[in-house]
Design a protein around this ligand. Structure first.
Ligand code: DAH
Length: 378
């Protein structure tokens, strides 16, 4: 604070004006120094407080501040006929300085309250958010869906609580088919009064979405359905009461068993490597005729026979077949005329495929959430 109030030699307008100019310049210079200091991030808040207080005391202190000295040194000393002019000049200085001073105080208050929160300390270690990873079952499911999407299939889903009608009847399950037995199927309780077809159950497979898809979309259709299914099974190393399937359905004019074989052969090669061979082993499902189990050459022993393939050289992977004309009867109204269209369907267990792909021998590992197991797939 270099500025001090000097005595005036005379009180002419020029002399008052020159003295006021000196004061204004000195004040402006100090304000700019303080302003820079307040803005600087290298100066601590305590130092800024201190500098601002020194500035405030020097200029505005009641007894000894510069503003008070203007009164004492200039105004009191002015002769009676110059008091008015001197008084006006001093008042102007006071108003101007106080305004500037207030601005500085406000600036400081807002900077010091926002600084600690807003300040970015680039030397702090970052917040480490470990990336989540796809669960191996979902990873395989997405991979399977991806293979079919690449062939032009769309993706659909359906509810896990399904009617007996869609889960069984429309899929050509005869009324007393063993799959309808409560040993395999989890029914929603308290529905004995309803007709059988309306009773709700936890879907035992993703196949009911075949019907839902055909009801929603007239032919041609190519769709895959990933989803969760439920069975009244006791959990063990190869069974789980909840597991996942991917269903597939293609219906068009002139779809043949050849198309089914070509499609699934391509899918299996995409999933297990181009070296695997497929074979179609006769089987039975109520909603396909003919039906087959798809087997691939054991990718572990290459077909020679090992523990994985139970010495057969082949591993069974999924069920498939040509859509039974009886199934089309349930969706006839939407353009599925068994005389005009044909199609194939397939369904695979995602856990089983994942276990085979990665050599996992206990299905329960998928559901226990043990990070040591899961992080191997990250
Ligand atoms: N839904 C059958 C099951 O859960 C799997 C299946 C077999 C689906 C043949 C199909 C199929 O679409 O054509 O065991």
């Amino acid at each position: 604070m270099a500025y001090t109030v000097r005595k005036l030699e005379n009180f002419s307008d020029e002399s008052i004006g020159a003295a006021c100019n000196e004061a204004v310049n000195a004040f402006a210079e100090e304000v700019s120094v303080i302003r820079d200091l307040l803005k600087s991030s290298d100066v601590s808040i305590a130092k800024k407080n201190e500098a601002l207080k020194a500035f405030r005391d020097w200029w505005f202190a009641r007894k000894t501040g510069i503003l008070t000295q203007f009164n004492d040194t200039w105004l009191k000393a002015a002769p009676a006929d110059r008091k008015r002019a001197m008084g006006r000049a001093v008042n102007e200085l006071r108003t101007q300085f106080e305004m500037e001073g207030e601005k500085l105080e406000e600036k400081h208050a807002s900077l010091s309250s926002s600084l600690p929160a807003d300040r970015l300390d680039v030397t702090l270690p970052g917040i480490h958010r470990p990336l989540g990873a796809e669960h191996p079952v979902l990873k395989t499911m997405n991979e399977i869906v991806g293979v079919f999407r690449a062939m032009g299939y769309s993706v659909a889903d359906g509810p896990e609580i399904e009617t007996d009608y869609l889960n069984f009847e429309a899929l050509n399950f005869p009324p007393n088919h063993p799959a309808r037995d409560t040993q395999d199927t989890l029914f929603v309780a308290g529905q004995e009064k309803k007709p059988q077809r309306d009773r709700l159950l936890l879907r035992t497979h993703t196949s009911p979405v075949q019907i839902r898809a055909m009801l929603a979309t007239p032919p041609p259709i190519r769709v895959v359905v990933p989803g969760k299914v439920h069975r009244a099974d006791t959990a063990d190393a190869t069974h789980s009461p909840i597991f996942h399937q991917v269903e597939g359905l293609a219906v068009d004019t002139n779809i043949t068993f050849c198309d089914l074989k070509g499609t699934l052969d391509h899918a299996m090669k995409s999933l297990f490597g181009s070296n695997v061979k497929t074979r179609f082993y006769p089987s039975f499902f109520p909603f396909t005729e003919p039906s087959a189990d798809v087997q691939i050459t054991c990718f572990k022993c290459g077909g020679k026979g090992c523990r994985l393939c139970k010495m057969s050289g082949w591993i069974e992977l999924l069920g498939c077949g040509m859509v039974d004309p009886n199934v089309f009867k349930f969706v006839e109204g939407n353009g599925y005329d068994a005389g005009k269209v044909s199609g194939f369907a397939f369904g695979m267990g995602v856990e089983r495929i994942t276990m085979l792909k990665y050599g996992i021998d206990d299905i329960q590992l998928f559901y226990q959430g043990d990070v040591r197991f899961l992080e191997q797939f990250a």
